[in-house]
Design a protein around this ligand. Structure first.
Ligand code: G3H
Length: 195
């Protein structure tokens, strides 16, 4: 069995400000995580010569991967965070205040709700298909550094969780979810590297 390691990027400046989307750099804590992650990955995958690191095309995942040495890095646009369209860069409070109907519609059906000029969870799930096919095809370990909404969908696929749960699955920051796919099924371990 070979592991797939899933992690969100280290805390970003937008995470600190409570803004969704955007393309900011890491906070200080996020930078600390990137180094801890590099240590972990370099140890965990020491003799795995064919392993690779997959990120999104957004700065915060690329920066999180940057201290990791010794493995090829591949950027996937399909791993970018759910795109919030006209709400990109807003806080949830601002959405609630300025676009209450949108806020309520999303609360009612978070899976199907599509941000104006943006994406829904169902859109994200659909665009992840080629990534999943490629992950299934890989024989070597893969470290996927991505974003909350995307990782909810990827995790649900491997952990066999129902579609309707996806938008609500907890994928905490600064935590690695290791998935092992063996003949007896899927096993999961979590490593919380920091708060
Ligand atoms: O910036 C987007 C968030 O990571 C997605 O979280 O779908 O729970 O609003 P949410």
């Amino acid at each position: 069995p070979r592991p797939i390691l899933l992690t969100r990027h280290g805390e970003s400046m937008d995470n600190v400000r409570g803004r969704i989307g955007g393309d900011t750099e890491l906070s200080e804590a996020g930078e600390v995580y990137s180094k801890k992650l590099a240590n972990f990955v370099e140890k965990r995958l020491k003799s795995e010569r064919a392993a690779s690191i997959w990120t999104s095309t957004l700065q915060r995942t690329i920066l999180t991967a940057s201290p990791i040495g010794g493995f090829p890095k591949i950027q996937w646009r399909a791993l970018d965070e759910i795109y919030a369209g006209v709400c990109d860069g807003m806080t949830y409070e601002e959405i609630k205040k300025n676009m209450p109907e949108e806020y309520e519609a999303r609360k009612k059906d978070k899976l199907r709700y599509r941000y104006p000029r943006g994406e829904s969870y169902l859109d994200v799930i659909q665009r992840l298909e080629p990534v999943i096919i490629e992950l299934e095809r890989q024989r070597a370990p893969v470290v996927v550094i991505s974003h909350q909404a995307v990782l909810r969908a990827l995790y649900a696929y491997f952990a066999d969780r129902p579609l309707k749960e996806i938008p609500h699955i907890e994928v905490p920051l600064h935590t690695i979810i290791e998935i092992q796919m063996g003949v007896t099924g899927v096993q999961e371990k979590r490593y919380k590297l920091m708060d």
